[in-house]
Design a protein. Structure first.
Length: 548
């Protein structure tokens, strides 16, 4: 194929048009493949870009000082639990580490059972359409192999590293191949089974893994994917329009060939210009997702679960289009289990009648990103199964706490509205916190976005609504004035039940102890990390539960 048209001679424009026509003829067969592959790839790149720009914007906004008028404002007190039906005077539920572990296992088991039901439904649907024999053995074997979409959800719940995700996915693929080779008819060769699984599982797994490997793509990529599906579809329509112009030998395409001078330039024009039109419905879709998330109609886990299963079912549906046409949509029948599963999990996760869920405030030494990210992944993610979490937003936990509402607020250019501009904004910000669990029973992480000159006031309010505090003072030195202020506030706060402090050999313990001399004798629990090995997850979690 020619990649450049020399238009110094007008006759060459016709050659360029003919070259375009032969190339565009091959594009129709690749259109669905483009949506399936290119859209997630664009979402991957877009997620990385959004996170980088989000971090830069946060750093800039955090350094913006309050105006003199704002600094002199007064704060009106609000109820500690303004968004909840439960009064803040209600006693906290006497939860223990055992309760948390049971909630964790229940969540994993619920998604596993839901995945198996969906995989079995997919198997039965495919068997009926193919008029193939249906037996308990074939349904069980295929259902097990097709249940792999549960892995990315488990990865998010357990905060697996990218290599853990890769290892789990590869292990599942090998297991599926061996299982099918063992239990299928002897006439089916091992090579056929591998080819079948590569076509049916590997490609969706690659797409899903790309969206779920890194922290940034895991948090942002799935929310951007539907938008980039629209952009990709618009580009394909642009190519279709280009093919129509070429087939009609339209003078416009000949003029463009002479003006732009190269085939790639024409491709880029017809691929990107439709984005100017699609931007508005894509923006509306993003705002709808943010609103649905904000109103708790969708949750992070169920959104990811639905996205993964949709990707897994696209391949079989495409294979049926030739025979069934629009009837191929029956391939998405397993998705009907998701709202039923969500309702079942919601019933299991209802607030216990014995009390309200406790609230945990997370404090840390800033610019110790690796330490706090590890604690968040291992401890806070587990805590979210049994209680609320509040903290002051920072770039160190950006990829762990960013959600759909944050993403599309930033894309709309309104991130600055999240920041506390004046002291009365503090209780108003807390009034917007979401205290109720999501559909699957996990509680959300609520943040206060603060300027460098307003975080002290936000801290006072966050302490007021909290029952327990987890403070990471590893590598703390006396020069960390912000941490000293936090320790002083925690030591004097009335009603605060417990403060769990993580320390290590580098912690300036005398300075920390000096800041909490006014605290009740049993308020602070000091957990020392020996060497570089982090404390076990349960060792940190256990003292956070007041019923322990």
């Amino acid at each position: 194929m020619k990649t450049h048209c020399d238009v110094t001679d007008p006759r060459d424009s016709l050659v360029c048009v003919c070259d375009l026509q032969s190339t565009l003829g091959t594009m129709a067969s690749a259109q669905l493949f483009t949506l399936f592959i290119v859209a997630p790839l664009m979402a991957l790149i877009g997620a990385w870009f959004v996170v980088q720009r989000y971090r830069a914007s946060m750093k800039r906004l955090m350094k913006t000082p309050l105006s003199p008028t704002a600094a002199g404002s007064t704060v009106a007190a609000l109820p500690k639990y303004p968004a909840d039906d439960l009064s803040r005077t209600t006693a906290t539920a006497p939860l223990t580490l055992g309760d948390n572990l049971r909630a964790y296992r229940r969540l994993l088991l619920s998604f596993l059972i839901l995945s198996l039901l969906m995989a079995l439904t997919r198997t039965l649907t495919m068997q009926v359409i193919a008029n193939g024999p249906i037996s308990i053995k074939s349904v069980a074997v295929l259902g097990t192999a097709y249940a792999w979409p549960v892995l990315p959800v488990i990865a998010v719940i357990s905060r697996w590293s990218r290599w853990q995700v890769v290892g789990a996915v590869l292990s599942w693929f090998i297991f599926a191949v061996l299982l099918l080779s063992w239990r299928t008819d002897q006439t089916v060769t091992f090579t056929s089974v591998v080819a079948w699984m590569v076509f049916d599982i590997v490609l969706p797994i690659i797409v899903v893994s790309a969206l779920c490997l890194g922290s940034a793509t895991r948090a942002v990529g799935p929310w951007l994917a539907p938008l980039f599906v629209l952009f990709s579809a618009a580009s394909l329509l642009g190519f279709e329009f280009l093919a129509t112009l070429v087939a009609a030998d339209d003078p416009v395409i000949q003029w463009l060939a002479r003006w732009l001078g190269s085939t790639p330039a024409i491709y880029f024009l017809f691929a990107l210009s439709p984005w100017l039109i699609v931007w508005w419905p894509a923006r509306a879709l993003g705002r709808w997702l943010a609103k649905a998330y904000r109103q708790r109609r969708i949750s992070e886990l169920f959104y990811l679960f639905t996205a993964v299963w949709t990707i897994a079912l696209i391949g079989p549906a495409l294979a049926m289009i030739g025979d069934l046409g629009w009837g191929a949509l029956i391939g998405f029948l397993p998705l009907c289990w998701i709202p039923l599963g969500a309702r079942f999990m919601q019933v299991l996760a209802e607030v216990p009648a014995t009390g309200r869920p406790p609230t945990l405030l997370v404090l840390r030494v800033f610019q110790q990103d690796a330490n706090v990210q590890d604690i968040f992944d291992r401890v806070i993610e587990r805590w979210r199964l049994t209680g609320n979490t509040v903290l002051i937003a920072g770039t160190d936990l950006l990829e762990r706490t960013i959600d759909a509402d944050d993403i599309f607020t930033f894309i709309d250019g309104r991130l600055g509205e999240r920041f506390i501009q004046s002291l009365p904004d503090v209780p108003r910000r807390l009034a917007a916190f979401e205290w109720r669990p999501d559909l699957e029973g996990r509680y959300r992480v609520n943040e206060c976005y603060c300027h460098d000159t307003s975080w002290q006031e936000a801290l006072d309010e966050l302490v007021r609504v909290s029952d327990i505090v987890l403070m990471d003072l590893r590598n703390f030195v006396a020069g960390n004035k912000g941490c000293l202020h936090e320790l002083n506030v925690l030591s004097r706060a009335p009603g605060l039940r417990r403060v769990v402090v993580l320390i290590n050999d580098q912690t300036d313990l005398p300075a920390a102890h000096a800041a909490v001399t006014m605290a009740p004798h049993d308020r602070f629990v000091w957990l020392r990390q020996q060497g570089k090995a982090p404390l076990p997850t349960e060792a940190v979690l256990a003292p956070l539960f007041l019923g322990t």
